[in-house]
Design a protein around this ligand. Structure first.
Ligand SMILES: Cc1cc2nc3c(=O)[nH]c(=O)nc-3n(C[C@H](O)[C@H](O)[C@H](O)COP(=O)(O)OP(=O)(O)OC[C@H]3O[C@@H](n4cnc5c(N)ncnc54)[C@H](O)[C@@H]3O)c2cc1C
Length: 393
């Protein structure tokens, strides 16, 4: 985004990329549909971010969701609003968007230098390790580059095979720039399921559930995995839980969010004489995985009393041992602290160097807010860098 804005303003732009090709995390995001942004009202959208430093707000105002959609449209990738209000490119694919985007950058004269790892500065020059070849033939060389303006956007530390592993934090800290520790966000939760439960329910979705912890309740669909729980509701809780950093933590699952307690009790009171607990709960319309979760929550000591069962259904306590590791998270919380930047996203300690994207210290749930903030900060950083070069106002 920054390269596009700078090149369009007339700058000579070079993009240095660690991997063999750029945009690999975007392609990965495309595998789950590429949720580009969200269609809700601007103030609601802004409210989804866990903190809102002034520079992030300026960026979102400058390049709001409507601008993201227009931009995608301009690349021949019309977008649509899904039933949840999330915005996707038609076809849900990232590859055509990335291809068209790189094509546009090429037309604007942007030079791409893949396999260059940025490793900090030597004085005012940027330092890179360039690699060539592969296997036994591989070689590396140190490269120094002087630039009139720089935008750094090396991303977070999740899925390092397609992006960064977070090594840049050391290079940046070595320069005296404060970085909030990187932590997983929008990640699964680790739960120590019993073997009996896993044998039967690994890979089973739990539909229409509300998960709550850390003062937040989020509704959606969960997935039982070997190591715990995945899915929108737990991804949304993972940021706040990671911030509290108290494990084991308890997440309460409301496994029947559409029925109030009285309605549930009325349904559970209709127990046939001599019906086993399993038959009773099945007759009450509970899915087998829901009954399994209730057993996990109680150490297989389910109550027989309808009121106690209704209360358990509305708040089944699941003990969470930890968050899933950073390298499998959808996003990274922490990063370059906003107090290190001015409101133009420029490092106070390094005039002419701007920072954008997920490497900044902001956090948001899934729903398009991650790419939205990356696009907007990239755009703003590019615009302000162009102004510094005297190319725009
Ligand atoms: C599985 C998955 C699905 C996702 N789905 C969505 C979604 O649908 N919607 C959404 O909003 N968000 C989604 N995200 C999050 C989104 O992809 C990221 O927030 C976004 O890509 C971050 O953009 P970025 O440009 O800051 O960093 P990246 O996209 O990580 O780009 C940083 C680039 O810098 C390169 N780099 C790293 N270190 C160096 C270095 N030292 N020198 C040179 N280059 C370097 C990397 O190789 C990479 O190409 C998803 C993430 C994952 C993992």
């Amino acid at each position: 985004m920054a390269a596009e804005v700078l090149a369009a303003a007339g700058a000579d732009v070079t993009v240095f990329e660690l991997h063999r090709s750029p945009g690999r995390k975007l392609l990965l995001a495309g595998r789950s549909g590429l949720n580009l942004t969200h269609s809700e009202a601007f103030d609601d959208m802004v409210g989804r971010y866990r903190t809102m430093p002034p520079a992030l707000r300026v960026a979102l105002e400058y390049f709001p969701p409507a601008a993201v959609r227009e931009w995608a449209d301009g690349l021949g990738q019309a977008t649509f609003v899904g039933s949840s209000g999330r915005v996707f490119p038609a076809g849900h694919r990232a590859a055509p968007l990335l291809r068209a985007w790189l094509g546009r950058l090429g037309e604007l004269g942007v030079e791409l230098r893949p396999r260059h790892r940025w490793t900090g500065w030597d004085g005012n020059e940027l330092r890179f390790t360039a690699s060539a070849g592969g296997g036994a033939e591989s070689s590396t060389a140190e490269v120094r580059v002087a630039a009139d303006a720089t935008v750094i956007a090396v991303g977070g530390a999740s899925w390092p095979s397609v992006g960064s592993a977070g090594e840049w934090t050391e290079d940046v800290r070595a320069d005296g720039i404060a970085v909030a520790p990187l932590r997983p966000s929008n990640c699964g939760l680790r739960v120590g399921w019993t073997d009996v439960f896993l044998d039967r329910f690994e890979g089973t979705p739990v539909k229409n559930v509300s998960a709550s912890a850390a003062g937040l309740a989020v509704r959606g669909e969960l997935m039982v995995t070997r190591s715990g729980l995945e899915g929108g509701p737990v991804y949304a809780l993972s940021g706040p839980l990671g911030e509290e950093a108290v494990f084991p933590a308890v997440v309460l699952l409301d496994l029947s969010p559409d029925l109030d307690e009285a309605a549930l009790v009325a349904r559970l009171e209709r127990r046939r004489p001599k019906a086993s607990q399993s038959t009773w709960l099945r007759d009450a319309g509970l899915a087998p995985v829901v009954v399994g979760l209730l057993r996990e929550a109680t150490g297989n000591r389910l109550p027989d009393d309808p009121l106690a069962m209704a209360r358990l259904l509305r708040a089944a306590p699941i003990e969470v041992g930890a968050l899933a590791p950073l390298d499998r998270a959808i996003s990274t919380a922490g990063g370059v602290r906003f107090d290190q930047l001015d409101d133009d996203l420029m490092l106070r300690a390094r005039p002419g160097v701007f920072v954008a994207g997920e490497m900044l210290d902001w956090d948001a749930p899934t729903g398009g807010y991650l790419l939205q903030a990356c696009f907007a900060t990239g755009r703003l950083a590019g615009l302000r860098a162009a102004a510094r070069l005297g190319l725009t106002d």
